[in-house]
Ligand binder design. Structure first.
Ligand code: SIN
Ligand code: CO
Length: 371
């Protein structure tokens, strides 16, 4: 969507995390990639996260899915939006859309959301905490944007609504137009007709979140079951005081905790590839390792739609798990992580075959080039 490598460099230097960008007609093929019927079907699934936002009599109302078909069929002609999250895990076209943004490392990618709105439909003036590319599918939407500093929200509203939105810019987008917004940039989109808008979202680990995650990781790794013992306990004057010996012992225990760069790398990779909540991996029908090797050599292999994969140094991370990259497998593993498929014949060596076979059995990868 951004053209070649120099387009990506320019985008990163001038716009990413800095200022909005509108690219007209950048992804025209999206106009027909999703429609009302498909959106409604997705919103009725219990493995897909969906919300309905209705604006009526100056009041915002939010309902959470899964919805019933009848319930959706009874909605009025104006002023509502149906939102569906995590589409990259269930729709091939959503995963393909996300890959259009591979000029941003996958470690920063979050999910792909789509909204279906009838005329007047909107989620209100708000800001998002992370970067987002708003890609117009079918129909037309009017966006108003503002780089206002005041991001106070309406108290008690069921969704984030800016209390005092002061639009500075207004634009009407059509199928294929892409609007990039940096984090915390105020915006308000209103459907002018029946319209679908895709949101390609990003994420970044919060400092607190990563600290908590690392402490959990260390706790699981340390496996210290020993208990404080005090066979030499001495009588103390004040029964209510924490004894010095106990304090020293705990200090020594905590001071003995050590970690390496490899621990940090592993913790981060496993955290970033953890599957979205509620995601389901369909386990493969059992085949023998031998039949599996033939399948790969005939058809190639690809990551299942919900799979998240990253690499760092000589480690591979997949769906919250990690392994050392087997000798001679760096190429295959990197192709999976960068392109999400490896063409036939894979000609994988035994060590990497074992790994691929385990992923295949778990439903993390599939045969063929398209999930
Ligand atoms: C929408 O698609 O209606 C809302 C997307 C957004 O503003 O982030
Ligand atoms: Co938004």
């Amino acid at each position: 969507m951004i053209g070649n490598a120099s387009g990506a460099r320019k985008f990163l230097a001038e716009f990413w995390q800095k200022k909005p960008l509108l690219k007209r007609g950048a992804l025209p093929q999206l106009a027909k990639s999703l429609d009302r019927k498909q959106m409604m079907a997705l919103a009725c699934r219990d493995d897909v996260e969906s919300r309905l936002v209705i604006y009526s009599r100056k009041n915002w109302q939010v309902e959470h899915g899964p919805f019933g078909k009848r319930e959706l069929g009874r909605l009025p002609a104006r002023n509502w939006t149906l939102l569906v999250n995590g589409l990259e895990a269930v729709l091939p076209q959503a995963r393909e859309l996300q890959q259009q943004f591979s000029f941003i490392p996958y470690a920063r990618h979050d999910d792909v959301m789509a909204s279906y709105a009838v005329p007047g439909g909107s989620v209100g003036p708000h800001f998002d905490s992370y970067d987002v590319f708003l890609v117009q599918g079918a129909g037309t939407r009017r966006w108003q944007t503002s780089r206002q500093r005041n991001l106070d929200l309406v108290a008690g509203a069921p969704l984030k609504i800016l209390r005092d939105f002061r639009p500075q810019r207004e634009l009407t987008v059509h199928a294929g137009d892409v609007l990039y917004l940096p984090p915390r940039y105020a915006h308000h989109g209103v459907a002018l007709d029946e319209c679908i808008t895709w949101s390609v979202g990003f994420r970044a680990p919060g400092r607190r979140e990563i600290i908590e995650r690392f402490l959990d990781f260390m706790r699981d790794r340390e496996r210290v079951d020993a208990m404080y013992q005090d066979p030499d306990l001495k009588a103390q004057q004040h029964a209510g005081a924490i004894g010095k010996a106990m304090l020293e012992d705990v200090k020594a225990t905590l001071a003995s905790i050590r970690w390496t760069d490899a621990d940090i790398e592993r913790c981060l990779g496993e955290y970033l590839t953890e599957p979205r909540a509620g995601v389901v991996f369909n386990r493969a029908r059992h085949i023998t390792p031998r039949a599996f090797k033939k399948l790969l050599d005939d058809q190639g292999a690809c990551l299942a739609l919900p799979t998240r994969m990253l690499t760092s140094g000589n480690r591979i991370f997949i769906n919250g798990e990690s392994a050392a990259i087997p000798a001679g497998a760096a190429n295959i593993v990197r192709q999976f992580a960068d392109n999400r498929y490896v063409p036939a014949p894979l000609r994988a060596q035994a060590t990497v075959l074992d790994l691929l076979y385990a992923w295949y059995c778990a439903g993390y990868i599939k045969s063929g080039l398209r999930p």
